[in-house]
Design a protein around this ligand. Structure first.
Ligand code: ASP
Ligand code: MG
Length: 431
């Protein structure tokens, strides 16, 4: 059964990293195997800067940036292939020339279209080098152009997948001929042949799309971290790794602010019950964390999510009227119009409390509109802490010594709103 592996920019950032990738893949002889690769290191950012230089009418800056992109990729080819670098270097040169040509041809077009025709070259370059290197070390590959596999509409920079057409194109990618299929993450193409992109960090989504269409056995996302954690390890000094959680739990965590895996990536996998494993490309022996179909392991360890820069609005009708459904409907409608998400909603007989991102451009017009019809009390500089599967002693420990400005609890989730000034820079999960 087919496996889909995805490697991000960090895992192929230079020649050493690509060599390491070759050694890693040698440990996985099972086929069919589809390998989805991002652009090298920060190449996508470099391409965005190149585009900005071109559109900002700075031809010298554009030239410099194109030359740097060319030199960086050629240096990697040189370091990998040494004396036999020529054929791969020629392919890199051809891609750079094509990038330059297409970029010029589309310079007069609207930015999102121009972006997609330019930025897609990051992944075309990386996969060309990676695929050639894998062949070099005896892992035979077939390079496939994702713009011919992933069919999308023409919503440039955030293209929507045409699932039926993609399933048709992807058919046969899992043919059992021993070869590894290497293709690009993040990019697709319209039925008419224009390049498209799926949104920044979209390579995980590409792996999920291909796995869905191939009814793959599993997807592995290889990262420079050992797996998924129950709290952001940069903010919690004793965060622990999940062994296994369900799709719905992963979506729940993302909803409450965890940067686990984007729900867009999870949905196509959840639909076909294809497990997704996050593993470290640095420590092969570590098993990683798996997001799978059953809820059996949810709650094995509680999870913690922080949302910072929050504002609490306590909204009351004038004249002691009830905060009935009609008023709630009116207020939540205004939230939708403002494009704001409420991380916490709590209703009383004469009050609706909303915890919102302190996004000035969106928040201020909303507050102005609410103040015209309601009595509004506002508090800024707050932090929302969400805990999944909390225990009573855990919650007591977390709220101790802090004023709780709002809270909400149900069987699986507890949320507390604190003053940010009362929150530590680094949290410690109490025993
Ligand atoms: N290279 C693209 C980006 O940096 C896609 C990805 O890495 O997932 O956004
Ligand atoms: Mg990337």
């Amino acid at each position: 059964m087919t496996q889909v592996f995805k490697f991000g920019g960090a895992s192929i950032r230079d020649a050493d990293a690509i060599r390491h990738l070759g050694r890693l893949l040698a440990h996985f002889p099972e086929r069919p195997l589809v390998v989805v690769v991002s652009a090298m290191g920060k190449t996508t950012n470099a391409l965005e800067a190149l585009l900005a230089a071109a559109r900002g009418n700075d031809p010298d800056d554009y030239r410099d940036r194109l030359e740097r992109l060319r030199r960086d990729h050629l240096a990697t080819v040189e370091a990998l292939f040494g004396a036999s670098a020529d054929p791969v270097a020629q392919r890199v040169e051809a891609l750079i020339a094509d990038l330059d040509r297409r970029h010029r041809a589309h310079a007069g077009r609207e930015r999102p279209f121009h972006y997609d025709q330019t930025v897609c070259f990051g992944e075309l370059l990386s996969t060309t080098i990676v695929s050639a290197w894998l062949d070099e070390v005896g892992l035979t590959t077939e390079w496939r152009d994702a713009r011919e596999l992933i069919v999308t509409d023409d919503t440039h920079q955030e293209a929507n997948v045409d699932w039926a057409a993609t399933a048709e194109r992807v058919r046969g990618l899992d043919v059992e001929d021993g070869r590894i299929r290497v293709t690009q993450g993040f990019i697709g193409g319209t039925a008419k042949g224009a390049s498209t992109t799926l949104g920044r960090e979209g390579s995980d989504y590409t792996a999920a799309i291909l796995a869905h269409c191939l009814a793959a056995e599993g997807v592995t996302i290889w990262k420079d971290v050992p797996g998924l954690f129950n709290a952001d390890p940069r903010r919690f000094d004793n965060a622990v790794q999940f062994g296994r959680i369900s799709f719905s739990e992963a979506i729940e965590l993302a909803w409450h602010g965890a940067t686990v895996i984007h729900p867009k990536t999870l949905a196509p996998l959840q639909q076909k019950a294809i497990p997704l494993t996050v593993r470290s490309f640095l420590t092969l022996e570590a098993p990683g964390s798996t997001i799978g179909g059953d809820a059996f392991h949810d709650g094995d360890v509680p999870a913690f999510m922080l949302r910072e820069e929050q504002t609490l609005l306590e909204i009351r009708p004038h004249d002691f009227a009830f905060m009935d459904e009609a008023r709630q409907h009116d207020i939540l409608g205004r939230l939708v119009t403002a494009g704001l998400h409420a991380g916490l909603i709590d209703a009383g007989a004469m009050r609706l409390s909303l915890c919102l991102d302190s996004h000035p451009a969106r928040l201020e017009p909303l507050v102005a509109s609410l103040c015209a019809d309601f009595a509004v009390v506002r508090r800024d500089d707050l932090t929302l802490l969400t805990v999944r599967y909390p225990t009573a002693s855990l919650l007591a420990g977390l709220s101790e010594g802090r004023e709780v400005l709002a809270e909400r609890r149900n069987a699986t989730t507890a949320q507390y709103l604190f003053h940010s000034r009362e929150c530590p820079a680094t949290w410690h999960i109490p025993a």
